[in-house]
Design a protein around this ligand. Structure first.
Ligand code: ADP
Ligand code: MG
Length: 333
């Protein structure tokens, strides 16, 4: 009998989805991107996605609060809508509840949901509640709208690669949580970035409203390199990124220094940044920088798209180049 582990997460999804033959005639995108997409009226598409968080895989009740868990469960789903250039509108929440979960815990979880719903003007419009023998899980399905849709496919050789925000904070925050190093301003900020990530809905809106020719986009949930590989595979191109250009926060740099943690693996493969990773031709860069400067949000060029399919390489500070492995990022199996 074949084991799930042999296929891996993405191999399994491919294996299962390749057996599904029916496609709705109006589908713009089905399985394989951050969201499925279909038109709802001329010039407007709906984008839909779903994400599950499972206790002791995605979170530990000993290291988070119910409010923060509620915020994060929603933020990671909204991030998939942002990754398509969409605006989230409605969510459905399914809870799998073992007996030990209390009503007061769920009240606090829903306070977290409420906060994010108010912040992003998203309606929690339904869901499902079931008992679960041991494992506590939350599933969030989200529906949004997008006039222009940015997919993983479309990056061209010569396009430049950009990311919003900074990389590595979340995975360093997780390391600190695991080591119970919760004291100090820097540690607190990094842990907060892990427990309370920001969905880049505002940034996606800037890109969607602009005339910039975004050729591909994804959100970084499994690490920069793994998610860049997703763009490269879908677009049949390669990529080169530059060690010196990877954006990081001062808190990240100070903590890596202080605790002798090598920063590069976290910048390249640390998951759960929920930043946007996208590509555009060089003639759009001035416009991009102007828009992001105006909105006071960080955007950084980290590399360029190359001809050689499926090869992501890193130009190191010392002038050498190395090919990066796809499999260092997060994979469930
Ligand atoms: P993300 O990391 O953005 O949440 P995933 O890596 O979970 O996306 O999924 C990749 C693609 O595969 C998405 O298009 C998703 O909808 C699809 N997918 C994931 N799991 C399944 C499944 N069990 N059946 C069908 N499609 C799936
Ligand atoms: Mg995604």
């Amino acid at each position: 009998m074949r084991k799930i582990k042999e296929l891996g997460e993405f191999g399994l999804i491919h294996h299962l989805s390749s057996r599904l033959k029916f496609r709705a005639s109006d589908s713009i995108l089905g399985i394989g991107d951050d969201c499925a997409v279909y038109p709802v009226k001329p010039g407007m598409n709906e984008v839909i996605s779903t994400d599950a968080l499972v206790e002791n895989i995605h979170f530990k009740l000993s290291t988070t609060t119910p409010e923060a868990l509620g915020r994060k469960a929603l933020s990671v789903s909204l991030s998939d809508i942002a990754a398509m250039g969409g605006t989230p509108k409605r969510i459905l929440v399914t809870l799998g509840l073992p007996e030990r979960i209390s009503v007061s815990f769920l009240d606090k979880l829903y306070s977290g949901f409420n906060e994010i719903c108010n912040q992003y003007k998203v309606e929690l419009a339904g869901g499902d509640t079931v008992s679960s023998p041991k494992c506590f899980f939350i599933n969030v399905a989200v529906i949004g709208e997008a006039k222009r849709v940015f997919t993983r496919k479309g990056a061209k050789p010569g396009d430049l690669i950009f990311v919003t925000g900074t990389l590595g904070d979340s995975s360093l925050g997780l390391k600190l949580l695991d080591k119970k190093k919760k004291g100090g301003k820097d540690n607190k900020l990094l842990i907060e970035r892990h427990l309370n990530p920001t969905a880049r809905v505002q940034e996606a809106g800037i890109l969607a409203r602009s005339s910039i020719n975004i050729t591909s986009m994804i959100d970084i949930s499994d690490g920069l390199v793994q998610d860049l590989y997703h763009i490269c595979k879908a677009s049949k191109v390669g990529a080169r990124i530059f060690q010196d250009k990877l954006p990081h926060s001062p808190e990240f740099a100070r903590t890596c220094d202080k605790d002798s943690i090598p920063p590069l693996p976290l910048l390249l493969n640390g998951g759960e940044d929920y930043e946007l990773l996208f590509t555009l031709p060089a003639d759009g860069v001035k416009n991009l920088n102007r828009q992001f400067l105006k909105a006071k949000v960080l955007v950084t060029q980290v590399g360029e798209i190359t001809l050689k399919p499926r090869k992501v390489s890193l130009a190191m500070r010392d002038g050498t180049t190395e090919t990066l492995s796809e499999s260092e990022g997060f994979n469930h199996f």
